[in-house]
Design a protein around this ligand. Structure first.
Ligand SMILES: [Zn+2]
Length: 303
């Protein structure tokens, strides 16, 4: 058997068993990698649930592709974002203003099935008539997080721009690109974040993400010594609660900042006329993601 077909066989093992075969040499695979063909969508969903593969494969018109490989850098980067958001959402936990992390729940749209690395949706976002995130009535998440380590940034960028942020779907997306080092299990140095909001566009209507570099070294190889609070992504309530009925958000969130406008200080919380204080008023606005903390997890996750 040729080396190529040997590798193909060992790599197929991941699809069949949910485990990566030690002889599959996944670190040499070009992503996206075609893992299995002629797979019905329901089989894909069953298989990914059974083996808990979410975020590494995707399904398109019957073909399953590997889009990312498991790594501690990829996983701790996701958790470094998720725990910050969850911590700040504490005041609404267990209320009708709660925002759930759906993690890598599979979404479906016509011929494709995709998962984000993390996805946040208000519990009170209503059902839709058609074209929901499950292909039927489930609303789409308002915020999705995608982390690319082994995969190319351009592939994830397309996924965000042409899938997650299509009209009627998510409002904001965060794309983290961690540059893989020259050898595996070496701590990465270069990392960037892009924050997309569907309201933030160029004059011609193209999505215009805000870009943050949170690398540990600069182009000359000098340490950047990133400090807490120095590179921070701001996510407005208006984005996080997009599509939620106004009566749940009393007082209503302030409008999102206009693209290219100077940053305004946060308005003071308005007094709530209802006898029960609205838990949303106790949330920080914006919800922030401090990239220092994300970097801290990435660079300290292996010892
Ligand atoms: Zn937004």
């Amino acid at each position: 058997m040729s080396r190529i077909s040997q590798l193909k066989k060992y790599r197929y093992y991941w699809w069949k068993t949910g485990n990566m075969h030690p002889k599959a040499k996944w670190e040499e695979a070009d992503l996206p990698y075609e893992l299995a063909k002629d797979v019905p969508f329901d089989t894909y969903v069953k298989q990914t649930d059974k083996y808990n593969i979410h975020g590494f494969w995707e399904w398109e018109n019957g073909t399953v592709r590997v889009i990312e490989l498991p790594s501690s850098f990829h996983e701790t980067c996701i958790s470094g974002i998720v725990r910050q958001i969850n911590r700040q959402l504490g005041a609404v936990e267990g209320t009708n203003a709660d925002i759930f992390n759906y993690g890598a729940t599979t979404t479906k749209s016509r011929g494709s099935g995709k998962e984000a690395d993390a996805s946040f949706r208000p519990v009170s976002k209503p059902q839709v008539n058609r074209g929901g995130s499950d292909g039927n009535s489930q609303p789409w998440p308002n915020l999705v997080v995608e982390v690319a380590y082994s995969q190319e940034e351009a592939v994830v960028r397309n996924k965000i721009e042409d899938y997650w942020l299509r009209a009627g779907r998510a409002h904001d997306a965060i794309l983290i690109k961690i540059e893989p080092p020259t050898a595996p299990n070496v701590i990465p140095e270069f990392m960037t974040a892009k924050h997309y909001c569907i309201n933030n566009r160029t004059a011609t209507g193209a999505l215009q993400p805000i870009v943050y570099d949170f690398s540990t070294t600069d182009d000359q190889g000098n340490p950047t010594n990133l400090q807490p609070g120095q590179r921070v992504i701001n996510i407005q309530h208006a984005c996080l609660y997009h599509g939620v009925p106004a009566n749940i958000l009393n007082p209503p969130p302030p409008p999102p900042p206009q693209p290219n406008a100077p940053l305004q200080p946060n308005p003071a919380p308005q007094p709530n006329p209802a006898s029960q204080p609205n838990p949303v008023a106790n949330l920080p606005n914006p919800i922030i993601i401090d990239l220092y903390l994300v970097q801290y997890q990435i660079i300290n996750c292996i010892v």
